[in-house]
Design a protein around this ligand. Structure first.
Ligand SMILES: Cc1cc2nc3c(=O)[nH]c(=O)nc-3n(C[C@H](O)[C@H](O)[C@H](O)COP(=O)(O)OP(=O)(O)OC[C@H]3O[C@@H](n4cnc5c(N)ncnc54)[C@H](O)[C@@H]3O)c2cc1C
Length: 491
């Protein structure tokens, strides 16, 4: 077979689609803007430390297993179930909450703050489980050819779920739990969609089921970048060529067909089909120069928050710090609600700390730890200036030092900071928005930028800002949906 596919971008979405197609006999080639594959799922190696840059765990492991099965390979990385899933620390409550999947064990943690937690949690999870099972195959894992086809499908979803369309995540959680601790902990997962529980639709309470009941969370042995390395080694076996440091900036088209894309040095790249893994809205804007996606139009869409991430190597061990930790601020509701309105406040709803070296000793020199901090912050639309990044990072490190009972400043031997400016520049993310387009009602399903191009019949899209949305398992589903589109194009 001589059907050729050029993939623009070597993020997880591009890599996974490349493998699916190469295994089916397509001639696949990839061009990537950066010097290293992985996109946001990346790795920094510095001062003897290894850091995961973005994702530090994943859910829905069965999607990765299905991907491997469909490619006819063994999954090329090893993953480990997290138990507890993570720990949560409040600034005004000395108790550490360990989030176990075992509901009885979980309920034990809440016995002093939330009466009848076990029963409430079981009811909540039954509801979110029903939402998950009633939508995952019917809506989330589907290609839609038109808005009408999408709306028709939505009408087939069990109407019992209708009320959650009109509530926020926080409102739904409030209906089930009374304590601030339970409400805040259960609603943390809404942040994983890149917004707050106060502006995320209640349909996403289905994520609570995926985290606590259905499948849980997983780590990858050796660090998350092993996912990328594993897929790269499979692509090598299939002789898929990847050209790095090559950004696509222009195109040549004839009628309804894309003839070629053009890189930053003027070189032309052509194939029967071009699959875009760069952000589906940004690429239509910057490269295809579509009016509907002009910068002013992009700014009117709803984007996820930015992330302030920093990568800290310390020359001491931190046995008192768990593997995955959330440090929640003292007034969660106020800070989370105001995160976009008060961009300069040093108060954050929470920050997350991951100690990669805890179970992967090779990721830090002996006697040292490798720490990843992730803090949700306004994207560049709301806070374009990050000259105060050192001040913000220092304030978080001071808070962290106080909470763990150890002054860290003198222990730091490696420090790297990514503000939304770095995220935007490295990965072409609109206004540095960490997860791409938000998941509002008018930006999901057939209302999200589609995975087929409006104008060019031989152009398709994969990744976070097309369907189904953000997160690693969604990128794997997106690769399946894009492959299906490409295969039917060639039929
Ligand atoms: C801080 C942070 C933490 C996260 N944590 C988690 C987590 O714990 N679990 C989880 O499941 N998800 C997490 N995510 C989300 C997850 O990282 C993303 O949803 C996923 O990696 C997106 O993959 P993608 O393939 O869609 O896009 P990307 O990773 O953005 O890949 C797109 C690629 O295309 C390249 N590109 C763009 N434009 C061009 C061009 N014009 N020419 C050539 N190349 C181009 C980019 O350089 C990039 O390599 C996190 C994200 C962030 C930012």
């Amino acid at each position: 077979m001589n059907k050729s596919v050029l993939i623009v971008g070597a993020g997880i979405g591009g890599l996974a689609t490349a493998l699916r197609l190469a295994k089916k006999g397509y001639k696949v080639e990839i061009v990537e803007k950066n010097g290293q594959a992985g996109g946001r799922l990346n790795q920094i190696k510095k001062d003897g430390f290894t850091f995961d840059t973005g994702p530090s765990f994943f859910s829905m492991s069965f999607e990765f297993e299905e991907f491997a099965r469909e490619c006819g390979i063994e999954l090329p990385f090893k993953y480990v179930a997290l138990d507890p899933l993570y720990s949560v620390h409040f600034s005004d409550n000395p108790q550490t909450f360990f989030l176990h999947k075992d509901i009885q064990k979980l309920a034990e943690q809440f016995k002093d703050v939330e009466p009848d937690f076990e029963e409430k949690m079981r009811n909540y999870l039954a509801k979110s489980g029903a939402l998950f099972h009633d939508t995952v195959d019917l809506v989330i894992k589907q290609n839609f050819d038109s808005v009408w086809a999408y709306l028709w499908t939505l009408m087939r979803v069990n109407p019992v779920h209708l009320p959650v369309l009109f509530r926020t995540f926080w409102q739904e959680v409030k209906r089930h739990f009374t304590s601030q601790e339970a409400r805040q902990i259960v609603s943390l997962v809404a942040f994983f969609l890149g917004r707050t529980p106060f502006d995320t639709m209640a349909i996403y309470t289905l994520l609570s089921y995926t985290e606590f009941k259905h499948d849980g969370y997983y780590n990858v042995e050796g660090g998350m970048y092993r996912i990328v390395e594993g897929i790269l080694s499979e692509l090598k076996k299939e002789q898929v060529q990847i050209t790095y440091n090559t950004e696509i900036v222009d195109y040549v088209a004839k009628g309804g067909r894309l003839e070629c894309v053009v890189d930053n040095l003027g070189k032309r790249w052509s194939a029967d089909v071009v699959l875009i893994n760069g952000d589906a809205a940004v690429f239509r804007s910057r490269v295809f120069k579509r009016k509907k996606y002009a910068v002013e139009k992009l700014d009117q869409m709803t984007w996820t928050m930015g992330y302030l991430t920093f990568y800290i190597g310390v020359k001491c061990k931190l046995p008192q710090v768990n593997h995955h930790n959330y440090y929640v601020g003292s007034n969660f509701e106020e800070y989370a609600n105001g995160i976009l309105e008060h961009p300069d406040t040093l108060e954050k709803p929470y920050y997350y700390v991951n100690v990669l070296s805890k179970y992967n000793e090779e990721c830090a020199p002996e006697g040292c730890e490798s720490l990843l901090f992730v803090c949700p912050v306004p994207n560049l639309l709301h806070k374009p200036n990050w000259d105060d990044k050192e001040e913000i990072v220092d304030s978080i490190l001071a808070d962290f030092s106080q909470r763990i009972g150890k002054e860290l400043t003198a222990e730091i031997v490696s420090k790297t900071i990514y503000t939304p400016l770095e995220w935007e520049k490295q990965f072409n993310l609109h206004r540095g928005s960490g997860l791409g387009l938000a998941h509002n009602m008018n930006q999901i399903g057939a209302f999200r930028p589609s995975n087929f191009d409006e104008k060019f019949k031989n152009v398709f899209y994969v990744g976070a800002s097309t369907i189904p949305g953000a997160g690693l398992p969604m990128a794997i589903i997106s690769s399946k949906l894009a492959s299906e589109r490409i295969e039917s194009f060639f039929q």
